[in-house]
Design a protein around this ligand. Structure first.
Ligand code: GDP
Length: 215
């Protein structure tokens, strides 16, 4: 079964409709007291630095530069909120993690913010956990997965940059990732495979988000 088979044409259309109008940046949240009221469902994107998170969000919304890359100073250690005007729903870009030589203070700041957010956000419907299709799950990902299991936050894996690997390697990576996810209580069983470069998997990710946004 291909990823597309999992969605009806109506669901794919709903995804296209959701991202057919411009999304806007609402605010950057450096600590929890600045969070917007939890008055609507929201989803969040998480992943190691350089996993392709900004590129994926920009591809989803079809707007260059809505999400800033990790190389942009500022904004990167914050939760960035986006919305589609008129729709009671938030998309949240979480700060990237896994910086090998990061100063301790930076890691601690990240950990505090993300832990508090994951544990305390009642309206967080799903986290899309981005994994580079070439590298698979790494220890930093497993740390975040453990956090989400503990906080009972549902998360779904999205393989990124699939244009960079051969189909046979992608199949193998898909299988290995699925095998590991089965051991995690809060992991969503279906894995999405995407490329911001070729747009592979983007309609499916849009449809998945539309399912959540439209209740
Ligand atoms: P972030 O740190 O997770 O926000 O990652 P970025 O979106 O900044 O991407 C990191 C690097 O990977 C950049 O050089 C991107 O051009 C590249 N990249 C991101 N997505 C893709 C993709 O789907 N295909 C390919 N080939 N490169 C990608």
């Amino acid at each position: 079964m291909t990823a597309t088979d999992a969605f009806t044409p109506e669901e794919l259309d709903a995804g296209e409709a959701l991202f057919g109008r411009p999304w806007v940046f609402i605010k950057s949240v450096p600590s929890l007291e600045f969070l917007p009221d939890p008055d609507r469902p929201e989803i969040a994107f998480a992943g190691r630095s350089n996993v392709g998170k900004s590129s994926l969000i920009n591809a989803l919304v079809n707007q260059h530069g809505l999400a800033r890359t990790s190389n942009t100073p500022g904004r990167t250690q914050e939760l960035n909120f986006f919305e589609l005007p008129g729709l009671p729903f938030f998309m949240v870009d979480m700060p990237g993690y896994g910086f090998a030589q990061a100063p301790k203070a930076k890691v601690e700041q990240w950990t505090r913010l993300v832990k508090d957010y994951l544990r305390g956000r009642p309206t967080l419907g799903r986290v899309f956990l981005l994994i580079d299709a070439r590298h698979g799950l790494k220890s930093a990902d497993r740390t975040v997965m453990a956090l989400m299991d503990e906080a009972a936050v549902s998360y779904q894996t999205v393989l990124t940059k699939i244009d960079k690997i051969k189909p046979t390697d992608l199949t193998r990576m898909h299988q290995a990732t699925a095998d590991e996810l089965r051991k995690h209580a809060a992991a969503y069983p279906t894995i999405l495979a995407t490329s911001s470069q070729t747009s592979a998997g983007i309609p499916e990710l849009r449809a998945e988000i539309a399912r959540i946004a439209n209740g």
